[in-house]
Design a protein around this ligand. Structure first.
Ligand code: G4P
Length: 536
């Protein structure tokens, strides 16, 4: 396959979202196993022992068994090049999930069949709908007793407000889970094998038609009868399969299976790849036009920056979603925000936990560029002659604040470097207290856990200890007046309001409650405040 259009149209780039423990990591691993990308699963059980799920990188993730950073995995299957963007399930990291979704063309939502729609599913789903991308549902853990599939579908529709269309239908559940009925081919896929936990092999599947007498033997007489009743009910329901509704995220195709035992994973993968979109066109803010992914001119944007993934090489990687054309290692490109030429010298792709050097990549792919500290989230890189600029990625307003001071004053340099680098990755926002230097700063985060990560990373990567004092602020506002128009000193504010500056010199106020915001506006004529863009 050499033609640019063919290469690009074979790409499928998606993110997997789920409430923690629904099985996202297990499903990701099984997809990699199926496609021969990895040989052994970093058994999910092993999270508690020595082996770790391949997509969990940082120590804190391993210790707590949660995914903190999103990783990118690539494999090829059935003529498709697939990029999976893993996302953290924990709510404290939904901002990271949002950025990752900016780089995805579709999302897969994993739901625990026994638990249904959970708190974090709702939050992540909302983030997904902001992008209007197709959302596919995988109802997992059918090898355990699960809730009635009709009830689950109703819950997805009621709670998430999306229509559903079951692509297949489970036959039994728990020990009695025998297979799925494929609604398109009208065939039963009866799973063979014991489907033991942590199965790493493909399960055998036998196809048979509904009503066929041999099904009584394959799936049991009662299951067969129940299935026929269910299918009659489903066929009578009014939800039509409508690909346009799927494409804009209004209708979610639903699949049933068990990631752990491999049941239903391959049928899901095949159908998903058939329906998932080719790389979508992103809008160039310079012209307001969509950029055709298959144009010759390369372009992309940074959606994630991650430092020190490999402790042996203290490096930083800027993950770029390629939006158009072809990336070639060593190519010259234009860094729009830096207003300068760059040599894209190092391209890496994530293959399980190895980072392979990438020589070429196409629209839809994600490449990790070596970042000497020049990139920020949302930056555009593009063809030297044909400049485009992709939209900024909005940030979440921080909801938690803490004062961070370095403990050892001799380590001032490392402290500042660490804080700045971690802030550039978008995990924290740093504010300088008015009139103070950088040795004592206020940090704002979306989730409290990000403060734990900050403390841990400063210690392990920069060898700096910190003192952390939680601060009671809940509201953050920019002052939009010109600096010469308004002197911060002259402001009449409640005693518990803090004046701070962001790293670009922007002036802000931190308030403990909404009442104090109103107080400030009422007592200071001409004070202009604006909310920090909040996308939740
Ligand atoms: P996550 O990334 O969404 O957080 O979930 P993960 O894949 O880590 O799976 C969470 C737990 O659910 C794991 O249990 C995993 O083995 C189990 N699991 C995943 N898929 C299935 C499935 O299809 N069937 C069943 N029965 N279990 C599944 P764990 O690591 O053993 O431990 P624990 O976290 O339950 O202690």
């Amino acid at each position: 396959m050499s033609n640019l259009t063919d290469q690009i149209s074979s790409r499928r780039t998606f993110a997997i979202i789920s409430h923690p423990d629904a099985g996202k990591t297990t499903l990701t691993e099984k997809l990699l196993l199926y496609t021969g990308s990895i040989q052994t699963a970093g058994s999910v059980k092993g999270k508690a022992s020595a082996k770790h799920a391949v997509s969990d990188w940082m120590d804190i993730e391993k210790e707590r068994g949660i995914s903190v950073t999103s990783s990118v995995l690539q494999f090829s299957y059935g003529g498709h090049f697939v990029n999976i963007l893993d996302t953290p399930g924990h709510q404290d990291f939904s901002e990271d999930t949002y950025r990752t979704l900016m780089a995805a063309d579709a999302a897969v939502m994993v739901i625990d069949g026994a638990k249904g729609v959970e708190a974090q599913t709702i939050k992540l789903f909302k983030v997904c709908t902001l992008r209007h991308i197709p959302i596919f549902t995988f109802v997992n853990k059918l090898d355990h007793d699960t809730r009635d599939p009709f009830e689950l579908m109703e819950e997805i529709e009621d709670v998430l407000g999306i229509d559903t269309y079951p692509m297949n239908w489970p036959i039994g559940s728990g020990r009695n889970f025998r297979g799925v009925f494929d609604r398109q081919s009208r065939h039963v896929l009866a799973f063979q094998g014991d489907g033991h936990a942590n199965a790493t092999k493909k399960v055998g599947e036998i196809e048979a038609e509904l009503g066929d007498a041999k099904l009584d033997e394959l799936i049991g007489e009662e299951n067969h009868k129940n299935l026929m009743d269910d299918i009659e009910l489903l066929d009578g329901a009014d939800n039509e399969f409508d690909m346009d509704a799927v494409s804009c995220g209004k209708l979610s195709p639903v699949f049933f299976g068990s990631a752990l035992t491999n049941f239903g994973v391959e049928p899901f993968l095949k159908e998903f790849l058939r329906m998932a979109p080719e790389p979508l066109a992103y809008t160039d803010t310079l012209t307001g036009q969509k950029v055709d992914p298959a144009t010759d001119e390369f372009s992309g944007f940074v959606f994630k920056i991650q430092a020190n993934m490999d402790k042996n090489h203290r490096d930083r990687v800027a993950f770029v979603r390629i939006c158009s054309g072809k990336f070639e290692r060593g190519m010259d490109a234009w860094h729009v925000q830096g207003d300068r030429k760059l040599k894209l010298a190092t391209g890496t792709s994530m293959m399980a936990d190895d980072r392979a050097i990438v020589d070429e990549a196409y629209a839809g792919d994600i490449v990790g560029l070596f970042d000497p500290g020049i990139f920020s989230i949302g930056d555009t890189v593009c063809d030297m002659r044909h400049h485009v600029k992709y939209p900024q990625i909005p940030t979440f307003a921080p909801e938690h604040f803490a004062r961070i001071e370095q403990v050892d004053t001799l380590k001032r340099k490392q402290f500042i470097k660490g804080m700045e680098e971690i802030a550039q990755e978008g995990a924290i926002q740093i504010f300088r207290e008015w009139g103070m230097g950088m040795e004592r700063v206020v940090v704002g985060v979306v989730g409290v856990l990000q403060l734990d990560v900050l403390e841990r990373r400063l210690k392990s990567e920069y060898h700096v200890g910190i003192r952390r004092t939680p601060l009671p602020y809940t509201q953050i506002r920019w002052i939009t007046n010109d600096p010469d128009e308004l002197d911060l000193r002259s402001l009449n504010l409640t005693r518990d309001t803090l004046r701070v500056e962001d790293m670009r010199g922007g002036r802000l106020l931190l308030f403990t409650n909404e009442w104090n915001v109103n107080w400030a506006v009422e007592r200071n004529e001409g004070l202009k405040l604006s909310e920090v863009g909040n996308i939740t």
